[in-house]
Design a protein around this ligand. Structure first.
Ligand code: HEC
Ligand code: HEC
Length: 318
């Protein structure tokens, strides 16, 4: 063998190992932050799922969690700029998708909630969402012909209490994991990007990844992404009261993003095209670059997750 051939072999080995390492880092998921409780089991997941889909949790039995968090759209309220609760009341924020929640340090657009288990108190009791009291929900559940037996099987006590309700709901939401997109297949070496997707990916790494960080495509931070904010919602500031937090919002995930329109905390942008026009002005990205980025963002759709029958409505069977 000539030196030239040896050199070429060495070069390609180096190249392959470098890309392999690069793929490993992008794929590596951090350790989850929210932890499953000791009650985690198939039965508690199924109970949580039944509760998630049951309008009994709202004051007039008209709204369930799933009314605002639909499985086919990654558990967002698609097409609604801000959420619609009981009696058509309108909330001030866009309902985020529910998946990969175990890796979140805090919840809601302002990070006002730090525990997934406790989070459900908010929609249950919010006057513009389900408008109920925990006390009245427990009364209804305890009177219900089936729920008491299902709760007893898991929590070993006859009377349903609020911690049990919150735990069961969390058993369902923590299990919503989405990690099977085209992007993931590319990272695992099972598929490859088109030329346009690859160009979009490179632009993404340059301009977006430091906030929307792979592999979760969010970060547990609050940032300003250049939107013009109206004073009715000052984001993180509403929780901390710190001037530095004015107009900061949490960095949302971009997984399943083509299904979770409209976009931003107030749902102001109807399409990814509008989102990219916004970033295009700020970051000086021209039209073809914006299109390349959208082509990449579409690879983050996980259709296995969107159509997973495990996450859809089922009746509780004894
Ligand atoms: C009326 C619509 C509506 C209903 C009903 C509703 N939600 Fe939500 N949900 C929202 C909105 C809007 C937000 C964002 C709130 C905010 O940022 O202030 C949200 C946020 C969340 C989050 C935090 C997600 C994140 O990434 O920060 C979780 C978890 C959640 N909801 C679960 C539930 C559960 C469980 C129920 C039923 C008990 C429920 N939701 C009922 C609209 C709704
Ligand atoms: C400085 C951090 C930062 C950078 C850089 C950044 N974003 Fe964002 N992004 C955010 C924040 C914060 C929000 C939420 C803002 C809000 O709702 O007020 C957001 C929202 C979004 C949304 C809407 C998500 C949803 O669920 O509504 C999309 C899509 C998006 N960004 C794409 C991108 C793309 C593409 C890039 C690169 C061109 C990018 N972002 C760069 C911080 C950032």
């Amino acid at each position: 063998m000539t030196n030239k051939v040896l050199f070429l072999i060495l070069l390609s080995v180096l190249f392959i190992s470098a890309t392999w390492n690069w793929q490993q880092t992008l794929q590596k998921w951090p350790a989850p932050i929210q932890i499953k409780t000791v009650y985690a089991s198939k039965a508690s997941f199924e109970l949580g799922r039944a509760l998630f889909y049951d309008p009994i949790l709202s004051v007039d039995s008209s709204i369930s969690c799933a009314s605002c968090h639909l499985s086919f759209t990654a558990f967002t309220h698609v097409d609604h700029p801000t959420s619609h609760g009981i009696a058509d009341r309108i909330g001030k924020r866009n309902a985020p998708g529910l998946f990969n929640l175990a890796w979140r340090q805090n919840f809601h657009w302002d990070g006002g909630v730090t525990s997934l288990t406790g989070q459900a108190i908010n929609p249950l009791t919010h006057p513009d969402e389900m408008g109920e009291t925990l006390q009245h929900i427990l009364l209804k559940l305890n009177r219900h012909p089936n729920y008491a037996a299902f709760f007893k099987r898991i929590y070993k006590q006859k009377q349903i209490e609020s911690w049990m309700l919150l735990d069961a709901l969390q058993q369902f939401t923590i299990a919503l994991v989405s990690k099977d997109s085209y992007y993931d297949k590319v990272m695992q070496g099972k598929a490859s990007f088109s030329i346009q997707q690859a160009k979009g990916f490179a632009l993404f790494e340059q301009h977006c990844n430091h906030c929307h960080t792979a592999p979760l495509f969010y970060s547990n931070r609050f940032e300003i992404n250049g939107l013009v904010i109206d004073t009715s919602d000052l984001g993180r500031y509403e929780i901390t009261g710190l001037p530095a937090d004015r107009e900061k919002f949490r960095v949302p995930t971009l997984r399943n993003i083509s299904y979770s329109f409209p976009y931003m905390h107030d749902g102001r942008f109807k399409s990814l095209k509008e989102v990219l026009r916004h970033y295009g002005q700020k970051l000086q990205l021209n039209d073809p670059q914006q299109k390349d980025l959208i082509a990449f963002l579409k690879t983050l759709t996980d259709s296995t997750f969107l159509t997973n029958p495990r996450f859809q409505y089922h009746t509780l069977t004894p």
